[in-house]
Design a protein around this ligand. Structure first.
Ligand code: BTN
Length: 248
């Protein structure tokens, strides 16, 4: 059996006061040959982006960062963003003393409020894991047309959050779950499923095939969402955005 040691993440940590997107800076580092484990952290992003090209508002007070990984080319990529979601959810729980849940594929929620989002981008020879955590931001300064109402760690915990501690916990949890994903540990799917926010509920999925409605039945072994459609039969969804049928 091949050993998969837990990697060191956060060597180096590249800190910037402001950047368009930390994912873009991490891409540049990847193209320049920087090795696995480098992390870019920005106090503020001017062009932060979310999944499907959405804008990710990134004022001071949040943790906006991107991890540079160099996974095996033949790895099961579909589960990587789910593994990172579990790492982020555990980070949120430890820092805010809550029990967060995950909405497929990788939105981390406290109750019905989104506290963190993840954007995984593949570049030649590397994967960039962009993580945005609303640590202690002004929630009133966010756009009102958000798909899901936002919350913050500070609001949930009722106290301020120390960003350096948050980053340390995040890197520790990401290293652990990245190693689990690398050795194809079924704990990744199990860890994700234990936090599944939508299993058994009626959801809408907005994806490349348009809008689908059905009851979420959890995830397949490769991380695809299983959706039982109204007419019967289960569909496998590999890309899309989930909204609950009532509210958020
Ligand atoms: C989403 O929920 O749509 C994903 C949001 C990901 C935001 C993070 S913040 C750090 C990194 N840089 C970006 O531009 N995006 C990700």
């Amino acid at each position: 059996m091949t050993a998969h040691p837990i990697p060191m993440l956060g060597r180096p940590v590249v800190r910037v006061a402001e950047v368009g997107s930390t994912n873009d800076l991490a891409r540049l580092l990847a193209a320049g040959g920087v090795s696995e484990g480098a992390v870019v952290v920005a106090a503020r992003q001017t062009r932060g982006r979310g999944r499907f090209g959405r804008t990710w508002t990134s004022p001071p007070g949040g943790l906006w960062c991107s991890l540079l990984l160099r996974p095996d080319a033949d790895a099961e990529w579909g589960l990587l963003s789910l593994a990172v979601a579990v790492a982020v959810a555990e980070t949120v729980d430890r820092v805010a003393g809550v029990r967060s849940v995950i909405r497929w594929p990788n939105d981390v929620l406290i109750g019905t409020g989104k506290v963190a989002g993840i954007l995984v981008e593949a570049v030649p020879g590397a994967a960039i894991l962009g993580v945005g955590i609303n640590a202690d931001i002004d929630l009133h300064g966010l756009p009102d047309d958000l798909r899901t109402p936002a919350t913050s760690l500070a609001a949930a915990a009722g106290r301020p959050v120390v960003l350096s501690t948050l980053l340390d916990v995040l890197l520790d949890r990401c290293a652990w779950w990245y190693a689990a994903w690398t050795r194809r540990d079924p704990a990744v799917a199990a860890g994700w499923s234990a936090r599944d926010a939508t299993r058994g509920t009626l959801v809408h999925v907005h994806g490349p095939e348009g809008m689908l409605e059905g009851v979420a039945e959890g995830i397949d072994t490769d991380g695809a969402l299983l959706l039982r459609a109204r007419g019967g039969g289960t569909r496998r969804i590999v890309a899309g955005d989930v909204t609950l049928s009532f509210g958020n």
